[in-house]
Design a protein around this ligand. Structure first.
Ligand code: ADP
Ligand code: MG
Length: 534
């Protein structure tokens, strides 16, 4: 199929005008260009790397529409909300619509009113959706969270297996793009095969998340350590992961008793309560989410500054995915694991008592169990090693990593974290060593790369005012605050302190639609602040 390939200028100006960015992040440009050239593509990039833009930007430059298959209602709805805020005509088709709304949205889609359509996999084969895609030209099909197609991945979705047939049934074969954050060799092969990608351009940007600080603490009292960590991150969003539902309830209760605005989330709760608590957190009505591993997939909240693991998870895959929900906006964030030897016992217990997967032979079951035990050993090693934590994770995922990252609790211990561990019976020598490392750490403990530019000074008073304004606008429109502007964008505003719309339009994250919608309010606020200064 021939596509008139948009030139470099069209790509750049869409990046600037719609998304408000002047530059691509690693991997994005290659994927955007591949898709616009009509090639299939597979993008494996860590959480927060910016996968959405890789397909949303080309979608805007194609003639026809783009269908995005996504596994979760919350994920779809958030992304469509964000697109609409950027002035993009987008809609979602899933069970959160009433039959009337669905009918209406389909009608508008028929008229070609949407550029990007998000759809749940189980809708693809339904007669009404089929009628739509047979009638309107589909130029691209995107499979988000594409690892769901593989049984070897973490969240297998049988509905994903029908995607390839859906594509084959279209009047014209579209470009097909698949994206995921997690892929071992086996899962990657499955994605290419089961989605029937045609000689895809493959881009992998690596697993490192330079803006995340990784720490392991062995506190005397976990509750005290947790309260201390939350105090260090006052007023910032945080997630606390617990191993069991009971612990989740208890910790959420503890925090609430201490006046911290916390909610609980686990699979044992009523669906309605879960949804409600999740929304409170995403919309910044609650600061802390205390949850089991049931919480998180599809949470696009970009301003989580702290993820605490109250218990050690059972493997590094789970740990890295959960911890990775911190700092999606590329700014510095902390991922702290509170370790106690009894966590290993608890994880062992959970592994031994877990239901075997159906249809496996005894030998296969034994092999899976041994696999789980080995993963737990690796996780335990991470929790107890004195070597670089980031290096541990990266090598576990098969990447090269330098011996010392300079930004984890082993390479750069922080005084605050060490204090959580301090025990009265420490001998003097050990204490001195800890002090030395803490001093070295204070010098080295600073975020790097993406966050490095963001480490530049900005006025915190102005920042607070802009955040307040953002909250006000978000509430008025019923959208999460980050849909208005991300924290990173607000900080850039504080630094650049634009005085007119043209200057405001140059702030990273301010596209044309948001400039029109929010620019004047923010300019007024900045102006008022400047007047207060003089
Ligand atoms: P992923 O799906 O890979 O986890 P997202 O697509 O949700 O990540 O993007 C994460 C964040 O990165 C979003 O806040 C998005 O606006 C931001 N982002 C994406 N691309 C860029 C870019 N080129 N420059 C700056 N920020 C970007
Ligand atoms: Mg994504």
């Amino acid at each position: 199929m021939q596509h008139p390939i948009p030139d470099e200028n069209a790509i750049r100006s869409t990046l600037r005008q719609v998304f408000g960015y002047d530059s691509f992040r690693p991997g994005q440009q290659e994927l955007v260009e591949a898709l616009l050239a009509g090639r299939d593509a597979l993008g494996v990039m860590p959480t927060g790397a910016g996968k959405s833009l890789c397909f949303q930007l080309p979608a805007l430059l194609m003639e026809g529409i783009t269908v995005v298959v996504s596994p979760l209602v919350s994920l779809m709805n958030d992304q469509v909300t964000a697109l609409v805020a950027m002035g993009v005509r987008a809609a979602y088709f899933n069970q959160s619509l009433t039959p009337g709304q669905y009918q209406k949205a389909l009608g508008l889609a028929m008229q070609g009113r949407y550029k990007i359509i998000y759809v749940a996999p189980e809708r693809l084969a339904t007669p009404r959706f089929q009628a739509l895609v047979q009638a309107v030209p589909v130029d691209m099909v995107v499979v988000d969270e594409a690892h769901c197609v593989s049984q070897w991945g973490m969240n297998f979705r049988p509905d994903y297996l029908a995607i390839a047939d859906f594509i084959a049934g279209l009047p014209r074969r579209p470009v097909v793009a698949a994206f995921t954050a997690t892929a071992t060799g086996r899962v990657r092969a499955d994605m290419v095969e089961l989605l029937r990608l045609d000689d895809p351009v493959q881009v992998t940007t690596g697993f490192d998340r330079p803006n995340l600080y990784f720490g392991v603490v062995k506190p005397r009292k976990k509750d005290d350590a947790l309260l201390e960590l939350l105090d260090e991150h006052r007023d910032e969003s945080a997630i606390v992961y617990c191993a069991t539902r009971k612990e989740t309830e208890r910790v959420a209760g503890l925090l609430t008793d201490r006046g911290i605005d916390a909610r609980a989330y686990h699979a044992g709760m009523e669906q309605e309560d879960r949804r409600h608590n999740q929304e409170d957190f995403v919309y910044d009505r609650a600061r802390v989410m205390v949850a089991t591993n049931a919480f998180g997939m599809g949470i696009d909240k970009s301003n989580v500054r702290l993820v605490v693991h109250y218990n050690m998870p059972k493997d590094l895959e789970s740990y890295y995915q959960e911890a990775g929900r911190a700092g999606r906006d590329g700014e510095a964030a902390d991922c702290i694991l509170l370790y106690a030897p009894r966590d290993v016992k608890l994880a062992e217990f959970l592994i031994e008592k877990s239901e075997p997967a159906p249809g496996l032979t005894e030998d296969q079951q034994a092999a899976m169990l041994e696999n789980d035990r080995e993963k737990l050993r690796q996780m335990t090693f991470y929790s107890t090693t004195s070597a670089c934590l980031r290096g541990r994770v990266r090598r576990y995922f098969g990447e090269y990593a330098p011996a010392d990252c300079g930004y984890c609790s082993n390479c750069a211990p922080r005084a605050g974290l060490l204090a959580l561990e301090k025990q009265p019976d420490w001998d003097f020598e050990y204490d001195q060593e800890a002090e030395r490392r803490a001093a070295a750490g204070r010098a080295a403990a600073r975020p790097r790369t993406a966050a490095e530019q963001d480490g530049l000074p900005y006025d915190t008073d102005l920042y607070a005012s802009l955040k307040e304004l953002r909250g006000l606008l978000a509430r008025k429109q019923g959208v999460p605050a980050y849909v208005v502007f991300t924290d990173a964008t607000l900080r850039a505003m504080c630094r650049m302190q634009p005085e007119d719309l043209a200057a405001m339009g140059r702030v990273p994250g301010v596209g044309e639609s948001k400039l029109r919608r929010y620019g004047p309010d923010f300019l007024t606020e900045i102006h008022a602040w400047k007047t207060r200064q003089s």
